[in-house]
Write a protein that binds this ligand. Structure first.
Ligand code: SF4
Ligand code: SF4
Length: 167
């Protein structure tokens, strides 16, 4: 990961308490324009951050594989669904299919490219979810992602800065 992406995650680590307070406040009463605030931060973050230079999500966590993802990817790889699942996937505590290991076996080590990009799971397409509607519904995962994804960390930092500036 690039140094400034690491620095961004270091900011999250150093400001864990402030991030907890921000999200706790949103859980009690989210601002009406929460989606707009997050979407502004998302756009600014991804103008600066290149996922191909980062790939921290692919290296450290697993997406959830829905049944339709599994069928599509297994077909793409010319594998039987059962073989694909037993080779790459396990059930997590919630009963969802996730990768057995990290980094993701489909991550190209040299380039950070996804070997199954066109067929990747829906969860990978949507990560880190900071451009979706109703951010209020995914506050827990977004708070966790602020410590994993430099883009989410940047979104949270920009909002905290605005709060501090009284905007
Ligand atoms: S989504 Fe976040 S963690 Fe994943 S590669 Fe992009 S910036 Fe990095
Ligand atoms: S399937 Fe592709 S995008 Fe998803 S975690 Fe693996 S390498 Fe990353």
């Amino acid at each position: 990961m690039k140094d400034d992406y690491k620095l961004q995650l270091l900011w999250s680590a150093r400001n864990r308490k402030a991030i907890q307070r921000l999200f706790a406040g949103w859980r009690r009463k989210a601002p009406k324009d929460l989606d707009a605030q997050v979407h502004r931060g998302h756009e600014a973050a991804f103008n600066r951050i290149d996922c191909l230079v980062c790939a921290n999500c692919c290296k450290t966590t697993s997406p959830i594989f829905k049944e339709r993802d599994i069928v599509r990817i297994a077909k793409h790889l010319g594998m039987k669904v059962a073989d694909f699942s037993s080779r790459h996937l396990k059930r997590d505590v919630d009963g969802d299919w996730v990768l057995k290991s990290a980094p993701c076996p489909f991550l190209e080590e040299e380039t950070n490219a996804c070997r199954i990009y066109s067929e990747r799971p829906q969860a990978c397409r949507e990560f880190p979810h900071t451009d979706r509607k109703n951010m209020r519904a995914i506050l827990d995962i977004t708070e966790q992602n602020a410590h994993l994804c430099p883009a989410v960390s940047s979104v949270v930092q920009s909002i905290l800065n605005e709060v501090k500036a009284g905007k």
